[in-house]
Write a protein that binds this ligand. Structure first.
Ligand code: 1YM
Length: 644
């Protein structure tokens, strides 16, 4: 059946198509998860994924993404150009089919891996359905083709040739404006989110060049191109760390039988934390899966064998555990699979069973060769793991001996805690307050029914730089864990959490920001489910008070608010007090600005992406002072704003 265009009346196929796109508009969450900012960015990933596929298939080398000051996104690649011929089944051009039929993209072609078919792969038609308008230009055979859709995917200008180009110029360009009627929180793209994802895509696909132009504010441009792939990614992740061996282990191979590609890089640093990240088809598999298991099997088997063969491990000594081997390890595992299966709570776990063996074999062979050829590096790696193993065995003994004193089993609450009277965790809040004087004001200013105060003296221990044992010797950390009541680490039990709001309250200066970061690092590393559960907040004390004599006119929480207030007050006389610290506020002021649920602003801490957070923490905790200072002064974007 030959379909006719909109103005000529609908055919049944047109209607089916529109019903499909209409379904996307009715339940956008089913297709892109959410219509929040995250869903909005999803639209960009979707179109970029198609360009990545074209690059992975060997046809495109460069992808350009532009976000202009009207929030219009343009994605362009130099691939073959989307097919423009008439598609047999639908009777309309392939380009139009890709953009109007749900899941059409995946049904074409074949052979190569398709990142666009992966976890997020909902297809370009979903982007079209959720856009006010969308245009496609295809450069192919010396011609420029053009098609335009409006209002959620209605074709307003069917595919036609609008000009000629040099036949050597091929590629695809998609421009779209997300529909504000769908994205009710706004259609504003976040520079950091885009920047970090494009950089990651470039690291994960060596040789692909990504040009990113962000034209808003002061316009910014970036080119990402990493010929070294994951090797360069490791260099980047270890930039602020002290690495233990200069050489990065790097392996990039394809399993011939299955066409699965395996790219792995790793290097040890002097920290105690593992940083193992895995990906399948460019998607971060943050719940791990068979590729991570295969990797762990390989390092365990090969390093233990080498250690025994070369007498690093004596007959009566036990094997190094995977945990020992991961101490201070930064590793990246990226596989590309023609038919990935994802499982787990957030579909972030790779399930394909065959992958375990393939990764274990490929990386095992590489690693044994590496150890043989680099005995000096081998010794450093094994010494590090033996150190970890000794510490683990010693800690286990110490734990067994002091079982009773274990922080988890201390029944009495810490002395400094000023608890609330409610025992209902869902309404209870605990303020972790920097400094004793601020703690005093908070204690008197709070609502004792549901607000508890835990003053901390000075800085808490930097957990990034210490082994577990020392961390739990730290009094401030023990106070917090005991007060929260839910345990920590693997033994955490959220049902025992005594407060459903944990509020970090520090001064609004550089020191305060540093203490806040230390707190977040600690929470992130040892009480991650508490952060993920959305129980952690940051208090926002005011920066300024506008007053006249004894009368407070207004509190301002940001410099912008102050500027606005100054304009409102033009004509009226007032003075401005700048608060330097929480200690300057009396209990009443603290209540009416920062504690009272009816007026206060809290920032909810949502660690969107464990990887970003870890990097931020590592950078902040690293030995290099400049990036830390700059970061703290500039922002704290790991905390996303949320007004309570
Ligand atoms: C700015 C977004 O979509 N590029 C792109 C998409 C395709 C092709 C090339 C392509 C693929 C194939 C053959 C094939 C797509 N084609 C399809 C479908 N950039 C962007 N560049 N010829 C061209 O896979 O065989 C879907 S996407 F379905 F038509 F094959």
């Amino acid at each position: 059946m030959k379909p006719v265009r909109e103005h000529e009346g609908y055919t049944s196929e047109d209607i089916q198509v529109l019903e499909g796109l209409e379904a996307v508009r009715l339940r956008p969450g089913m297709y892109i998860g959410t219509t929040s900012s995250k869903g909005l960015h999803h639209l960009v990933w979707e179109i970029v994924d198609n360009s990545i596929d074209e690059a992975l298939a060997g046809f495109a080398t460069k992808i350009t993404i532009t976000v202009d000051d009207q929030e219009v996104v343009t994605v362009e690649d130099d691939g073959r150009g989307m097919p423009v011929g008439i598609h047999e089944k639908t009777g309309i051009s392939a380009v139009e089919t890709i953009f109007t039929v749900l899941h059409a993209g995946g049904k074409f072609g074949g052979g190569a891996y398709k990142v666009s078919g992966g976890l997020h792969g909902v297809g370009a038609s979903v982007v079209n359905a959720l856009s006010s308008w969308l245009e496609v230009r295809v450069f192919r055979d010396g011609k420029i083709y053009y098609v335009r859709f409006e209002n959620g995917g209605h074709t307003v200008e069917p595919l036609k040739v609008i000009g000629e180009c040099d036949p050597s110029h091929t590629g695809s360009q998609v421009r779209f404006k997300a529909d504000p009627a769908i994205f009710k929180e706004g259609t504003t793209y976040d520079y950091h989110t885009l920047f970090e994802r494009f950089r990651q895509i470039a690291f994960l696909n060596k040789g692909i060049r990504i040009d990113f132009h962000y034209l808003k504010d002061e316009s910014k441009s970036h080119t990402f191109l990493y010929e070294g792939g994951l090797r360069e990614y490791i260099e980047f992740l270890n930039k602020e760390k002290t690495v233990l061996h200069p050489e990065i282990l790097y392996c990039d191979e394809v399993d011939k039988d299955t066409n699965i590609s395996v790219e792995i890089a790793m290097q040890y640093n002097d920290s105690y934390n593992p940083m193992v990240y895995s990906f399948c088809n460019n998607i971060n598999t943050n719940e791990g899966g068979t590729h991570e298991e295969g990797f762990a099997l390989a390092i365990n088997r090969v390093i233990n064998k080498y250690a025994r063969d070369n007498d690093f491990l004596k007959k009566d000594e036990e094997n190094l555990t995977t945990e020992d081997l991961k101490e201070g390890l930064v590793a990246l595992i990226s596989i590309k699979h023609p038919d990935p299966q994802y499982e787990g709570q957030t579909k972030g776990k790779l399930g394909n069973a065959e992958v375990r063996k393939i990764v274990s074999t490929i990386y095992g062979e590489y690693l044994s060769r590496f150890l043989l050829e680099h005995p000096a590096d081998a010794k450093i790696i094994i010494d590090k793991a033996i150190g970890a193993s000794k510490a683990r065995i010693a800690a286990k003994k110490a734990r067994e001996m002091t079982r009773r004193k274990n922080v988890l089993e201390i029944s009495s609450l810490p002395g400094k805690l000023v608890d609330c009277s409610s025992k209902d965790a869902s309404i209870s809040e605990i303020y972790i307050v920097e400094g004793n004087s601020a703690g005093g004001s908070a204690k008197m200013g709070r609502d004792a029914k549901f607000q508890a105060i835990l003053p901390l003296r000075g800085k808490i221990l930097n957990v990034e730089k210490a082994r577990q044992q020392r961390i739990f010797d730290n009094a401030e950390i023990r106070s917090m864990i005991t007060a929260f009541g839910c345990g920590f680490g693997d033994e955490i039990d959220l049902s025992k959490l005594r407060y459903h709001k944990i509020v970090i309250m520090t001064d609004a200066d550089v020191d305060g920001a540093h203490i806040c970061t230390l707190m977040l690092t600690f929470l992130y590393r040892f009480l991650k489910p508490v952060v993920e559960g959305g129980y952690v907040y940051i208090a926002m004390p005011p920066l300024y008070k506008l007053f006249r004599g004894q009368r407070t006119l207004k509190y301002c929480y940001t410099d912008e608010e102050l500027e606005e207030a100054k304009e409102e007050f033009s004509g009226e006389k007032y003075d401005i007090q700048r608060y330097k610290g929480l200690g300057e506020m009396d209990p009443e002021q603290l209540w009416e600005t920062t504690l009272d649920p009816n007026v206060r602003t809290l920032k909810k801490v949502t660690i969107q992406d464990a990887m970003d957070a870890d990097q931020v923490f590592s950078m902040l905790m690293g030995d290099d002072v400049d990036p830390r200072r700059n970061f703290i002064i500039e922002n704290a974007h790991f905390a996303k704003n949320l007004d309570i």
